[in-house]
Design a protein around this ligand. Structure first.
Ligand SMILES: *Cc1c(COP(=O)(O)O)cnc(C)c1O
Length: 478
């Protein structure tokens, strides 16, 4: 399998070549040259596979430059009931992503948040950690991952990379701005290759430092600075697997259709759903749910893509969906435009200059229904009401991101097919919102009781890029 760039100006590459990098050299995103097509026979054979077996079958269609036996071992080691053990509603941990019906045959949650950091990002990030270690070992190379986080992504990266050879993580977070639970999750890691840096400032200050360090080309090359952001192709590929698994759990035969409803920010998660559908999985609808940051909902309703400025971005109670532009969206638009890389490059010249684009009067947007997408958005009041209703009607506690999904899913329910809402985080990560909605503490998996009292390891620093560079240089040469 070869990979090409959505902007058409980068050389084709293999999976391992693009694994450790970010954007293609022409500024585009990598995609497979074509999507593998799944036959009816494969689909029926896959129905009974374990998660790890299914992951191997699907990923081996996309990863052809790692020997099959090695890829199989990586999948087996990643997708275990031990790693994804925090399911706490009496569901079966060995399913890895158990399906939990709210209304039998109609509305379900697909539990994607039973991994170490209680959010769906673990589904892909745990695989990425094992792939990184494998490829770096093979090549005798090292990488130093530098990132900024306000919670979910940074902790998922740390739990994926902890103890891995060849990899160090330097993760910046805003000092005193995360919840006690989130701080405990990140700062209690004692692994030598994980370095937490709390910056006395806001998330934006932390992100600014990452940009400043990464744009120093000679420092970046000398210290092998890398990233694991949401445009990484391997993360998208890993996420394709649970659409298949969720489909099999929600149906009894392959002539049935399923709708998936996906709480969305950067279009990473639902992009994997789009690809699963292109491969031939019988997905009837892809329902995209946003919060008040409704860039994507606006596009799917009107054909206008209008990235927001930072000042227009709302701070919401589903913070992991608070985005100004959707970094993975370019992948879908590439397919929507019939894979016309020149047209995509032209549209993103506009986006990069801060301009919107409008596809509403093009033939492409007329065909959008053929891609199965519909969308909706929600507000803080919607989330609070939905968390309360799901608790009262079904006795199930959901986090505010999943609540965005359930709210929009209910608006698009039909008698024709069940809707599966992807559960993107467990409620304990967002205790304040749960307290507001339910007047009680969030449920917490028993194994995480008292995590706030574990010893913590964190370096507190002023927001100063040079000081961060010195710290990296010192740790890397030590
Ligand atoms: C990252 C995240 C999202 C958004 O996912 P995208 O792939 O960026 O659309 C939604 N919910 C939670 C809890 C997240 O951490």
């Amino acid at each position: 399998m070869k990979y090409l760039s959505t902007r058409g100006q980068a050389a084709q590459a293999q999976f391992c070549d693009i694994l450790l990098g970010g954007l293609a050299p022409d500024g585009g995103l990598y995609l497979p040259e074509s999507y593998p097509q799944i036959t009816a026979q494969e689909l029926s054979e896959w129905r009974t596979l374990s998660y790890a077996e299914l992951a191997f079958e699907i990923l081996s269609r996309f990863i052809t430059d790692i020997p099959a036996a090695d890829l199989k071992a990586i999948c087996d080691k990643t997708y275990t009931a031990e790693v994804y053990r925090y399911t706490y509603r009496g569901d079966d941990a060995s399913a890895i992503t158990p399906l939990h019906w709210l209304e039998e045959g109609k509305l379900a949650l697909l539990e994607l948040s039973n991994g170490p950091t209680l959010a769906f990002k673990d589904m892909a990030m745990q695989l990425l950690g094992n792939l990184f270690e494998y490829v770096l070992d093979k090549r005798g190379e090292q990488i130093n991952i530098l990132g900024a986080t306000s919670g979910d992504t940074g902790s998922a990266a740390e739990y994926a990379m902890r103890g891995k050879h060849g990899v160090r993580v330097f993760m910046l977070s805003p000092h005193g701005k995360m919840s006690a639970f989130q701080r405990a999750q990140m700062y209690s890691l004692q692994d030598d290759n994980i370095c937490n840096i709390a910056v006395t400032g806001m998330f934006d200050d932390a992100q600014y430092i990452v940009k400043a360090v990464s744009s120093d080309a000679s420092f970046k090359a000398r210290y092998k600075i890398g990233a694991v952001n949401s445009i990484n192709w391997a993360r998208v590929a890993a996420q394709i697997v649970y659409y298949f698994k969720g489909y099999f759990e929600a149906t009894t035969s392959n002539d049935q259709q399923v709708a998936f409803c996906v709480p969305s920010g950067n279009f990473g998660n639902i992009c994997a759903g789009h690809i699963a559908r292109q491969m031939g999985l019988p997905i009837g609808r892809l329902i995209l749910a946003t919060n008040e940051n409704d860039v994507l909902d606006e596009f799917f309703r009107t054909g206008v893509y209008r990235p927001r400025r930072a000042a227009e971005t709302h701070v919401t109670s589903s913070p992991s969906m608070d985005i100004a532009k959707a970094s993975n969206f370019e992948r879908f638009v590439f397919d929507l435009l019939g894979r016309d890389a020149k047209a995509v490059a032209e549209l993103w010249r506009q986006v990069d200059a801060g301009q919107p684009f409008d596809l509403s009067r093009t033939g492409h947007f007329q065909h959008i229904a053929g891609f199965g997408f519909v969308s909706g958005s929600s507000t803080h009041a919607d989330r609070i009401r939905t968390i309360r209703e799901v608790w009262e009607q079904y006795g199930v506690m959901i986090d505010p991101h999943t609540a965005d999904g359930v709210k929009v899913a209910r608006e698009h329910m039909t008698a024709e097919m069940p809707v599966v809402v992807l559960e993107t985080a467990l409620p304990v990560k967002f205790g304040d919102t749960i307290r507001e909605a339910l007047g009680r503490e969030a449920d917490r998996p028993a194994a995480l009781a008292g995590i706030e009292y574990l010893p913590q390891r964190v370096v507190v620093m002023a927001p100063d890029a040079d000081a961060v560079k010195q710290l990296i240089a010192k740790r890397v040469s030590a």
